[in-house]
Write a protein that binds this ligand. Structure first.
Ligand code: FMN
Length: 182
C-alpha cells in the first residue's frame, strides 16, 4: 500500500476482538521495522508480547502501583488478546543522546501501528499514569535503564468491513501552525 494511502486509512481501534496475530505473524510485521530511521543504527528498542495470563500480571502490577483496584486494572489489561509493550532500550553511544533513541522507539510504535492496520489488525497505543511505575517496570522485567513508551493493544477489527468504521474523518491540518519557513 502506498504510504499516502496507508496514512489516510490509519486509525486506532479501542475495541478489538479476541483474535490476534500469532507470534510468527507478529514477527513478519516487526521485520520491516529494520528500516526505521535510527541514528547510528543502535536499534534502541524492544517489544514484549503479553498474552493470556501475562496480561493479568500487568493488571496486577498496575493495581499494586495504584494501591488497589486490581480487578479494574486486570480488566483494562485484558481489553485486547495481545498487549505489546514498547520498550526504549537505550544503547551506549557518545553520539546519540537518549532523546534521539526514544524517537527511534516512537517511530517503531507508529510504524508497527500502520503495518498492523495494513495487515487487517486493529490496534491502539495506550499509556497511563502508571506506565512508568516501579511495579509495572518490574512486571516487564525491564533493565534498570529501560523504560516503557506504553503498549499497543492489538486484536481483530470488530465488524470488519463496516464502511462507517473506516476511514476515520480527520480534521485537516492547520498549515499556519504545522508548516512554516525561515
Ligand atoms: C504515546 C501515546 C500514548 C497514548 N495513550 C493513550 C491512552 O492511554 N488512552 C487512549 O485512549 N489513547 C491513547 N493514545 C491515543 C490513541 O493511541 C489514538 O491515537 C487515539 O485514540 C486517536 O485515535 P486515532 O489513532 O484513530 O486517531 C496514545 C497515543 C500515543 C501516541
Amino acid at each position: 500500500m502506498p504510504a499516502r494511502a496507508a496514512f489516510d486509512a490509519r486509525r486506532s481501534f479501542s475495541k478489538v476482538t479476541a483474535e490476534a496475530p500469532s507470534s510468527d505473524e507478529l514477527r513478519e510485521l516487526v521485520a520491516p521495522l529494520a528500516s526505521v530511521a535510527d541514528h547510528s543504527g543502535l536499534r534502541p528498542w524492544r517489544l514484549i508480547e503479553l498474552r493470556g495470563d501475562a496480561r493479568l500480571r500487568l493488571g496486577d502490577a498496575m493495581g499494586d502501583a495504584a494501591g488497589g483496584k486490581h480487578e479494574k486494572y486486570r480488566a483494562k489489561a485484558t481489553r485486547a488478546p495481545l498487549v505489546l509493550a514498547i520498550v526504549v532500550a537505550p544503547q551506549p553511544s557518545k553520539k546519540v543522546p537518549l532523546w534521539e533513541q526514544e524517537a527511534v522507539a516512537s517511530g517503531v510504535a507508529h510504524g508497527l501501528g500502520l503495518l498492523l492496520h495494513e495487515a487487517g489488525w486493529g490496534s491502539i497505543w495506550r499509556t497511563g499514569e502508571l506506565t512508568r511505575t516501579d511495579a509495572v517496570h518490574a512486571a516487564h522485567q525491564l533493565g534498570a535503564d529501560e523504560y516503557l513508551l506504553g503498549w499497543l493493544y492489538i486484536g481483530g477489527i470488530p465488524d470488519r468491513g463496516r464502511p462507517e468504521k473506516s476511514p476515520k474523518p480527520r480534521k485537516p491540518l492547520d498549515f499556519t501552525r504545522h508548516l512554516s519557513a525561515l
